[in-house]
Every structure is written in C-alpha cells, then in structure tokens.
Design a protein around this ligand. Structure first.
Ligand code: MG
Length: 405
C-alpha cells in the first residue's frame, strides 16, 4: 500500500493565482495532484499545506476519509477558507492517487458515470444590451444551452459614473463608478425583457448578482425576474443573509443558486435540507475537496436540490476536472460552470478537460486524468506579478459605503 513521502505546492499562472498540491508516494512514479488555488491569499494557503504536510508523511495514501477528518480538525478550529482550501488540494491529490492505484478514473470510484458528458454554462457579457445579445448568440452557436447574462462586470446594471453621481465632497470610491441598488432593480429586469424579446424562451438564461444587493432588494429582484423564467438567479444574497432565502421562496418561483462563497456546512445544510435553494455552487477546493463535496451532492440528491460547482475566473484546470468527476458520478448534478484557459496554460496541464459544444469531457485515464508539467508551469509564472498583493477591492456606493461581494 502506497505511503505518503512528500507533500509540496507548485505555484503557477502568470500572477501566481494557481496553487497545485503534489503528493508523492513511496511507490515509483505514483503521485497525485490537487487544486489549492486562492487568488487573494495564495501564500497563506501554501503555508497551511506546508504546516499540515508533516502529519501526512508515512500515512497510507489510501486512507482518504481518515486523513480528511484528521486534517479538518488539525487546527482545533475549522471550516475556515484557508484550511479548507489546503485540505481541498490534499484531498484531490489523494483521490488522484487512489484512482491510479485502482487503475480507474475517479468518477468510476465514486459509483460510475450517470451521464456521458457534463453540460456547462457559459459567461456572456456586454456593457450594452446589443453587445450582450451578440455575446449570448455566439455562445448559442458554440452549442451552449445555458448562458449567464451580465450587463458588464461584477454588479453591472447597478453602476453609474462616479463623476455624475451625487457624491459627497470627499468621495471614497476608487472606481470610476458607484453602485446603487435601485438602479440594479430597474436595469436587470429591463435586460431580461430585452433578451427574451430578442431570443425567446428556448435558451436557458442565468444571472449572477454577486451579492451586491440589500436583502430586501434581493427579494424584489427575484420577484421582478419571475416572468423571464431564469434557469437560475445566482448569489442574490451574501452568505451572511441566507435566512432571507425563506422570504424569497415564499414569494416567487425564480430558481436560486448560491454557494461559491460557502466554506462551512452550516451555510449549505439548511438551504439544502429546507429546500430554500435549487442549485448549490460551492467551489470544490473551498468545500475541502472531493470527499466533502460528494457528501454535499448526496445531500442534494435526497432533497431535490442540484449541484452547479463553481468554476470560472480564477479557478485552475485541476479544480475543473475534480468538479467534472463529481458531475459525472452525481445523480444530483444540475449544470457545470465553464472555465477557459489559454493554450499555454493548458499545455502545462496534460490530460486537462475539454469543452466541446457546451459539454465538458474528462479523459478515462486512472485518477483525475490530469497532470502538471512542472517546467511549463514554472515558465507560466511571472514572479514579480505573483509577489504583488491581490486583495479584493469592493465596489462602493456614492456615499462611500463598501458593497460586500
Ligand atoms: Mg458567481
């Protein structure tokens, strides 16, 4: 039985936002990789992995559940973002090793495929409605059946030019724009009115609020969007206000997706068991890996909720393929968020997932089926850019109030 010999991190992508955990065993050539990427605090996660590593050495790599339990409580306090991410990377690497030992892809170990490929949703955007429509039509041409529609970036639809807004004498906003809840409530329903008139109701549409609204406005928006029959409305509330989902449920049928900021079972459990959301959006690495996320998927199955593991943006190809294995084996699978990478980035991850006609495919190699070419991964990294702080800067309202993402 293979024993863990070494645990280390590989930092890559141009600005160092990707962290890949590599676990090497005492068996020749047998190792696994996992995603522990955190775009804002990569060094902190790496330090956490390095702190945990000594407790893993000489343990059987096959004892995934026991290792998960021990690492999870290794700091006594648990369910934090940093430790979860470190554990997520370790956990994926151990599943990768188990699959290689068994000679099977991970989705086979999870019970076998429930579908032949994984449908994904694409990200369409435009700061003007015709540009957004063009972007959606381009993804429809590519074969996507579900498309997220954004009027610009985070909070788009709720912004006005800072100079034109009624700001105080000493404005705090460092952005060119300021956010306003009521503008959002006006512009996003208008956006869907336009899109449904132009595109009809065949294409499945979603929208991501990025938690920008006051809770009462979140209830209003959910009601206002009901006639446009969204596939789901995403992150209409921040994690601190999830109890408002009950009010939304009582008032309208707009399907709700939530969870990319979740790290603690007490966030997703009540929403799933009380059927207050329709799609759970935990990021596999932030959910502490495959071991915990497969339990979330099972809980979803029992309660009629579906999975939509978070991808996109700063995620890496290893997290994407871990999500893909869960998707393949989960009866509660709903949809997978797409993610795209440059050719050079993909080149550093042989065996990466492939998206074709809106479907994501893993290969049938044992384990996760993905590897990292450490030379190429190193070449991607620009150390100067990686050394810069990558702290999330919130949008602000006209009076300076920070809008929590
Ligand atoms: Mg989102």
């Amino acid at each position: 039985m293979a024993k863990i010999k070494e645990v280390r991190c590989i930092r890559t992508r141009r600005n160092g936002m990707w962290t890949i955990v590599k676990i090497i065993t005492d068996q020749p050539g047998l190792y696994g990789i996992g995603s522990a990427s955190d775009v804002n605090h990569p060094e902190t996660v790496i330090k956490a992995v390095e702190t945990i590593a000594p407790m893993l050495i000489d343990r059987p790599a096959s004892h995934i559940e026991d290792i998960w339990q021990c690492v999870h409580s290794s700091g006594y306090w648990r369910n934090g973002s940093i430790l979860n991410t470190a554990l997520g990377g370790i956990d994926m690497a151990l599943w990768d090793i188990k699959g290689k030992e068994a000679g099977m892809p991970v989705y086979q170990l999870l019970g076998g495929p429930c579908r032949s490929a994984v449908p994904c949703y694409a990200h369409a955007g435009g700061s003007e409605l015709p540009a957004l429509e063009d972007s959606i039509r381009a993804f429809m041409e590519e074969g996507y059946q579900v498309i997220r529609c954004q009027l610009g970036g985070y909070g788009g639809g709720g912004f006005s030019e800072a100079d034109a807004a009624p700001q105080p004498k000493d404005p705090w906003s460092v952005n060119r724009h300021v956010f306003d809840d009521e503008s959002y409530l006006e512009n996003i329903p208008n956006m869907f009115d336009y899109l449904r008139q132009k595109l009809g109701f065949q294409v499945k549409l979603t929208h991501d609020v990025h938690e920008h609204l006051r809770p009462q406005c979140a209830v209003q928006l959910s009601k206002l969007l009901e006639p446009y029959r969204l596939f789901f409305l995403e992150d209409v509330l921040p994690p601190e206000h999830i109890q408002w989902f009950r009010l939304i449920r009582e008032q309208c049928t707009t399907p709700q997706a939530m969870g990319e900021l979740f790290i603690n079972p007490h966030e997703w459990m009540p929403l799933i068991t009380e059927r207050l959301i329709d799609f759970v959006r935990v990021r596999v690495s932030k959910g502490a890996g495959i071991t915990q996320c497969r339990k979330i998927a099972t809980m979803c199955e029992w309660h009629g909720v579906h999975t939509a593991w978070q991808e996109g943006g700063d995620n890496d190809p290893v997290n994407q393929i871990a999500a893909c294995h869960l998707d393949m084996a989960s009866p509660s699978f709903g949809i997978q968020e797409e993610n795209s990478f440059s050719p050079e980035e993909l080149d550093a991850f042989p065996g990466h997932g492939i998206i074709e006609n809106g479907y994501l495919y893993a290969n049938d190699q044992p384990g996760l089926g993905i590897d990292i070419d450490e030379q190429k991964a190193k070449a991607l990294l620009n150390q100067e850019e990686a050394n810069r702080p990558h702290i999330f800067i919130p949008d602000r309202k006209a009076d300076g109030t920070a809008v929590r993402p």
